[in-house]
Design a protein around this ligand. Structure first.
Ligand code: G3P
Length: 218
């Protein structure tokens, strides 16, 4: 499974990249705002900075919600860097925009997906990635991971190449469950990725190894 980091914070992206396990980055307008990035040119420059840190795909979301606007913005974003994937919302004009951008060879990530029907439409339009939001479904007492499982199964039934990108991941168990299900990608906060590192027996074992070494060599 590919590991993406879900942030626009450059320090966190650098830290994840330095771990040697990072396959890409996803952003959204809320994450850009959280970093205080505003103004059209600053936003574009920030995407380029992210692309210069990470080797893999970087999702950059359109703000327009009409077909012409999404296409124009998508083409501008895609021209920024070869790693950019244009993130388009799951709305009617969004589907048309995905179809158009795909026909131009521009890769897309269909975002704000909350059911299997939406995931199938995104795939039929040619989306490179589909982003079902696990945590936000959990937030309203729906089983977010069950949706990932359902979409993986449906795409497998039809040999669909759109990659299932488990989004709105909140903690380590979401990541482990996404791996068990066979999601292609999980996009995670840095803390959730770092959480995978931790096990008390690892820490205790290391402490004992060092104590035993130091008994003779310390
Ligand atoms: O980038 C989309 C998604 O990952 C957002 O996550 O935590 O705001 O629901 P969250």
């Amino acid at each position: 499974m590919k590991f993406f980091i879900d942030t626009a914070n450059l320090d966190q992206i650098r830290e994840a990249q330095a771990l040697g396990i990072l396959d890409g980055v996803t952003t959204n307008p809320s994450l850009m705002a959280k970093e205080g990035i505003s103004g059209a040119q600053n936003i574009l420059d920030h995407y380029v900075r992210i692309c210069e840190i990470v080797d893999g795909d970087v999702s950059a979301e359109v703000i327009a919600t009409d077909y012409a606007g999404m296409i124009a913005e998508g083409e501008r974003l895609a021209a920024l860097h070869r790693q950019i994937v244009v993130k388009i919302p799951m709305i009617k004009d969004g589907l048309k925009a995905i179809k158009h951008l795909t026909s131009k060879g521009i890769r897309t990530n269909c975002t704000l997906v909350f059911n299997a029907g939406q995931a199938m439409l995104a795939a039929k339009a040619g989306a490179t990635y589909v982003s079902p939001f696990v945590g936000r479904l959990d937030d309203i007492s729906h089983d977010g991971m069950a949706l990932i499982s359902q979409i993986v199964q449906i795409y497998s039934n039809y040999g669909i190449g759109t990659q299932v990108l488990a989004a709105s991941i909140r903690h380590t168990m979401h990541i482990v469950q996404a791996m068990e299900i066979g999601a292609d990608v999980a996009t995670c906060p840095l803390d959730a990725i770092l959480g995978l590192l931790k096990h008390p027996l690892t820490d205790q074992g290391l402490e004992k190894f060092l104590a035993d070494y130091n008994k003779l060599n310390g």
